[in-house]
Ligand binder design. Structure first.
Ligand code: F6R
Length: 258
């Protein structure tokens, strides 16, 4: 696991997008694992800019999103389908047939989750998985206590996550209580993992995930076991780390190549 410190959210976004773009240029039919939330928004903005200004081509790229709320239709403004469409897909030349986002409206959730897993395997697995981290250490919707061997399934959201997301739903009572999420084992099988964290409110959980023991109490800590993972954090998110990590230097992105 490589810890790469950058100045701020803007640099974090540019750097992560740069790594993804390099890999798309090398392997046009790359499979990307994507997250929603505030953290990766800058990465998506940078990728859109590269598409518009440099002709970065997404026509053969496949994407799998980590999660979706159960009960929200793709047109619901807080659904992750809507988020991805608005913040990335409608601005680039993705083939809609290559976009996979868990379906929150599906009737037979467990059969659907099995299908999602199979689809990932069928397409050769995820090449690069982008992750954010929740204040409670969740990745996707794998809340504390999630099995480290878990696969795509339905999960109940933690109190902290419900509170954090209340701002998008006009209050705690309207936040969906369950979500479909890729499992921790599904995530960790990606060939390369890039975990992003920005801002002071993530500093404590970043310290626990990077320097604490690997534990289902902090699902993101599993990244310590991955052979090719990078944690890209800005100075604020890095502010409580107790060991020294250098600022992302020249050429270090070479480590991140597939
Ligand atoms: C969403 C997801 C979540 C977020 C996490 C952090 O698809 O995977 O685990 O990454 O909740 O969210 P932000 O980036 O909004 O702080």
């Amino acid at each position: 696991m490589l810890v790469l410190k950058v100045k701020d959210h803007e640099e974090l976004s540019e750097r992560a997008a740069g790594v993804i773009a390099d890999e798309i240029r090398k392997k046009q039919d790359i499979v990307l694992g994507l997250a929603t939330g505030e953290t990766p928004l800058g990465v998506y903005r940078s990728l859109i800019r590269m598409h518009e200004e440099e002709g970065l081509d997404f026509s053969k790229v496949t994407t799998f999103n980590l999660d979706e709320y159960v009960g929200l239709s793709p047109t619901h403004k807080e659904s992750y389908h809507y988020f991805m469409h608005e913040n990335l897909f409608k601005h680039i030349n993705m083939d809609p047939r290559n976009v996979y986002i868990p379906d929150g409206m599906v009737k037979d959730i467990s059969a659907y989750c099995e299908w999602y897993e199979k689809k990932i395997t069928e397409l050769g697995g995820i090449d690069i998985q982008i992750l954010g981290i929740g204040r409670d250490g969740h990745i996707g919707f794998n809340e504390p206590g999630s099995s480290l061997g878990s696969r795509t399934r339905i999960k109940t959201l933690s109190k902290e996550t419900i509170e954090d997301n209340a701002r998008f739903f006009w209050g705690v009572d309207n936040v969906p209580r369950t979500a479909i999420t890729m499992g921790i084992q599904t995530i960790i099988e990606a060939k390369l993992i890039i975990l992003l964290a920005s801002g002071k409110r993530k500093a404590e959980i970043v310290r626990l995930a990077i320097e604490g023991p690997v534990s289902s109490r902090v699902p993101a800590s599993i990244i310590q076991f991955h052979r090719k993972a990078a944690v890209i954090i800005d100075q604020e998110a890095a502010s409580l780390l107790t060991r020294e990590y250098s600022i992302w230097g020249e050429g270090e992105e070479i480590y991140l190549h597939l």
